[in-house]
Design a protein around this ligand. Structure first.
Ligand code: G6P
Length: 634
C-alpha cells in the first residue's frame, strides 16, 4: 500500500519529501526512503547502505520516517528533483534492500510504487533471463528493471535517452505489461528536471505550484505548498517539470488537466495537550458528533437533510434493499447501521465486507442502494466494491471522512463525516461519526416511509443531546484506567453485547487487538454459549456491554453464565445501575440513553480501555505494528 511523494522545482527536494512522508506515514511505516537528483552521487547499486545511481542519491531506513530524517541529517543530499516512499510491506520482508526507491537496470531509472504487481514473478523470471540482477524481493523492483529494459530498447531503436519522447514511450510500453495496481513515481538518470507518474488502481495527485510541481498519494503533503491539485485518473500518465505538466491518457492521448482547488480549512492534526493522537481523537468525539449533525437536523419536517445524496425522494422511497460495505471499523459502523435502518425505515439491510463483496456476484435489483463506508476514502477493497457495483449500473453513495479522497470523488453522492483528520491508526472518532451519520440516514429514510412525525421529532431531540452526553461519558476515564491496570496482563479478553451493542463488542475487541496485541473476540452475548464460553476461566476476563434497555435482562443471564464459570466480568453499565455493582467484578458507568444511541456512549470506554491497556503494555498506540491507517492494497 504505502505512500508516495515527489517534487520538482526550485526548493530543496529533500525537505518537501521528508515532510510529505511524515504526513503519509498513516499509509505504512515499515520503512521509508528517498531518491534525490543531486548530480554527484556515486553509482554503487550493490552498496549495503544508500545505493545511488550516478547522479541520483538514495537514502533508505527501516522504521519510521524519523529514522530516515536522521539518516539524511547525517548524510545530507541536495537537489531540486526527488521521489520518496513510506512502506507497508507486501512483497518481501521489512529490510533496507526491500525499501523503496528501487533502482532499475544500471541506474537509468529510480522508482517508488504504491500497489501490488500481481504478475511480478513471471516478469521477474523474464528479466532475470535477460540479465537483470535483483537486489530485493519486492514486486516494485520488477517495475524498475522493466522500465530500464524498455528504455534500453527505445535507445536501441534510435531514441535518445535524453529525449522526453523516449521516456514517454518507454513508460507507456512498460506499464502495458503490468497486472495489478500501481501508482508510480519515476525519475531518470538522464533527466535532471523530469518527474514521471502513472497510475492504475492506486491514487496519485499532482500539486501545481508556481514554478514547481508536487506528487503524492493524497493531498496531505501538499498542504502549505499549494491548494491547486490535479487528481490523476486510472491509466493517466503525467510528465512533470518545474514549469510544465503534460497529461496523457492510455486510451485518449493528451488531455488537459482539470485543476481543482483544495479546501484546506479542515485542519487539526496537531497533538495539542494530548500525549497521543488516539487519546486526542477519543476526546474530540463530542465535537465530531456535533459536526456530523450540524445543519442536518430538520426540525420542521422532523427528519434529517443531506446536501450531497444526489437522489430524489421518489427514488429513495422505492428502495427495497440497502447494502452497506466497508472494512475494519467502518464495517462495524455498518453493522450498527443495519440495526438502525431496519428499525427506523423497515428496509432490509445487508452489511458486506468490501473485500468479499467485490468478488461476489450477489443479485441486486434496480431498487438496491449501495453505500461504501470509509474513513479515508482510499481503502482499496472498498473502492473496488464501489466501482464493481457502479459497473453494474447501481448508483453507489459514500459515507466518508476525507474530502477529495478517491471514494469521495468517484461516488455518485454521499455524506461527509466532517470529523477532521484521524491520525491514530486505530479508528475512534470516525466510528462514532459514521454511526451518527447512519442514524441520520435511518431517520431520513424512515420519515420518507412509515415513521411518524412525533417519532422523528423524538429522534432529533435525542440526537441533539448527544454531544453533551458524550462529554459526560468521557468522565468514565478514571474508572477505565483502574480497570486497565487490573487486566492489562490478560492474554485473552472476550467482549459481549446484544442488539445494537453486538457491533460495539466487535469494535471493542478490534480496538484492543489492534493496539495492545491481546487476543480479543467480540460476540453476540447469547452466542457465547456456542463456543467462546469454553475459553472462560479465572484468567479470561469478559467485558459485557450491558446498558439498561430492551436487552438488559437477556444480557444479564449471559453475564451470570460467565460468573458461574469463575470468569472475571467487567460491565459497561448505565449510571445508577446498583445491581451491576453487586454482580460484576468491575463496572464502568456510562449515561443512560435510548437503545439505538448506546453504541455511541459504549464505544468510548472501550476505546479508552484499549488505549490504557496498550500503554501499560508499552505498545505504540498511534502506530501499532503491522497495521496502517489506510489499506490501499487488497
Ligand atoms: C485499516 C485501519 C482501520 C480502518 C480500516 C478501514 O485497517 O487501520 O482503522 O477501520 O482500514 O479504513 P477506512 O478508511 O476505509 O474506513
Amino acid at each position: 500500500m504505502c505512500g508516495i511523494v515527489g517534487y520538482v522545482g526550485a526548493r530543496e527536494a529533500v525537505n518537501v519529501l521528508l515532510e510529505g512522508l511524515h504526513r503519509l506515514e498513516y499509509r505504512g511505516y515499515d520503512s521509508s526512503g528517498i531518491a534525490v537528483y543531486d548530480g554527484k552521487a556515486e553509482f554503487d547499486p550493490l552498496a549495503a547502505e544508500n545505493p545511488g545511481t550516478g547522479p541520483i542519491a538514495i537514502r533508505k531506513r527501516v522504521g519510521r520516517v524519523s529514522e530516515l530524517s536522521a539518516a539524511v541529517a547525517a548524510q545530507p543530499v541536495s537537489g531540486n528533483l526527488g521521489i520518496g516512499h513510506t512502506r507497508w510491506a507486501t512483497h518481501g520482508g521489512i529490510s533496507e534492500p526491500n525499501s523503496h526507491p528501487h533502482v532499475g537496470g544500471n541506474g537509468e531509472v529510480v522508482v517508488v510504487h504504491n500497489g501490488v504487481i500481481e504478475n511480478y514473478a513471471i516478469l521477474k523470471t523474464r528479466l532475470q533471463a535477460l540479465g537483470y540482477v535483483f537486489r530485493s524481493q519486492t514486486d516494485t523492483e520488477v517495475v524498475a528493471h522493466l522500465i530500464a529494459h524498455h528504455l534500453d530498447e527505445q535507445v536501441r531503436l534510435g531514441g535518445a535517452a535524453t529525449d522526453r519522447k523516449t521516456i514517454l514511450a518507454t513508460v507507456q510500453i512498460a506499464v502495458k505489461s503490468l497486472k495489478g495496481t500501481y501508482g508510480l513515481g519515476i525519475i531518470f538518470r538522464d533527466h535532471p528536471g523530469l518527474l514521471v507518474a502513472v497510475r492504475s488502481g492506486s491514487p496519485l495527485v499532482v500539486g501545481v505550484g508556481k514554478g514547481e510541481h508536487f506528487l503524492a498519494s493524497d493531498a496531505s503533503p501538499l498542504a502549505g505548498y499549494t491548494d491547486e491539485v490535479v487528481y490523476l485518473s486510472d491509466h493517466e500518465l503525467v510528465l512533470l517539470t518545474a514549469d510544465s505538466l503534460e497529461l496523457i491518457h492510455r486510451d485518449h492521448g493528451r488531455t488537459s488537466p482539470s485543476i481543482q482547488v483544495l479546501d484546506q480549512t479542515e485542519s487539526g492534526s496537531e497533538l495539542g495537550e494530548f500525549e497521543h493522537y488516539m487519546l486526542k481523537e477519543i476526546y474530540e468525539q463530542p465535537t465530531t458528533v456535533e459536526n456530523a449533525l450540524r445543519g442536518r437536523l430538520d426540525d420542521d419536517a422532523a427528519t434529517a437533510k443531506f446536501g450531497g445524496l444526489n437522489l430524489d425522494s421518489q427514488k429513495l422511497r422505492r428502495i427495497d434493499r440497502i447494502v452497506l460495505t466497508g472494512c475494519g471499523t467502518s464495517w462495524h459502523a455498518g453493522l450498527v447501521g443495519e440495526y438502525l435502518i431496519e428499525e427506523f425505515a423497515r428496509i432490509p439491510v445487508e452489511v458486506e465486507y468490501a473485500s468479499e463483496f467485490r468478488y461476489r456476484n450477489p443479485p441486486l435489483s434496480d431498487q438496491t442502494m449501495i453505500f461504501a463506508i470509509t474513513q479515508s476514502g482510499e481503502t482499496a477493497d472498498t473502492l473496488a466494491a464501489m466501482r464493481e457495483s457502479q459497473r453494474k449500473g447501481h448508483s453507489t453513495l459514500a459515507i466518508c471522512n476525507v474530502v477529495g479522497s478517491t471514494i469521495a470523488r468517484e461516488a455518485d453522492g454521499g455524506i461527509y463525516l466532517h470529523a477532521g483528520p484521524e491520525v491514530g491508526v486505530a479508528s475512534t472518532k470516525a466510528f462514532t461519526s459514521q454511526v451518527t451519520v447512519l442514524t441520520l440516514l435511518a431517520l431520513y429514510l424512515g420519515r420518507l416511509r412509515h415513521m411518524s412525525y412525533p417519532a422523528g421529532k423524538r429522534i432529533i431531540s435525542h440526537l441533539r443531546a448527544m454531544p453533551e452526553i458524550l462529554r459526560h461519558t468521557l468522565k468514565c476515564h478514571e474508572a477505565v484506567k483502574e480497570v486497565a491496570q487490573k487486566y492489562h496482563d490478560a492474554s485473552n479478553i472476550l467482549y459481549m453485547g446484544r442488539g445494537y451493542n453486538f457491533p460495539v463488542a466487535l469494535e471493542g475487541a478490534l480496538k484492543l487487538k489492534e493496539i495492545s496485541y491481546i487476543h480479543a473476540e467480540g460476540y453476540p452475548a447469547a452466542e457465547m454459549k456456542h463456543g467462546p464460553i469454553a475459553l472462560v476461566d479465572e484468567n479470561t476476563p469478559s467485558i459485557f456491554v450491558i446498558p439498561r434497555g430492551s436487552m438488559y435482562p437477556k444480557v444479564m443471564s449471559n453475564l451470570e453464565e460467565v460468573k458461574a464459570r469463575r470468569g472475571p466480568v467487567i460491565a459497561i453499565a448505565c449510571e445508577g445501575d446498583e445491581t451491576m455493582a453487586g454482580l460484576a467484578d468491575d463496572v464502568i458507568y456510562v449515561p443512560d440513553v435510548e437503545d439505538y444511541l448506546q453504541p455511541l456512549v459504549a464505544a468510548i470506554p472501550l476505546q479508552l480501555l484499549a488505549y490504557h491497556i496498550a500503554l501499560l503494555r508499552g505498545c505504540n498506540v498511534d502506530r501499532p505494528r503491522n497495521l496502517a491507517k489506510s489499506v490501499t492494497v487488497e
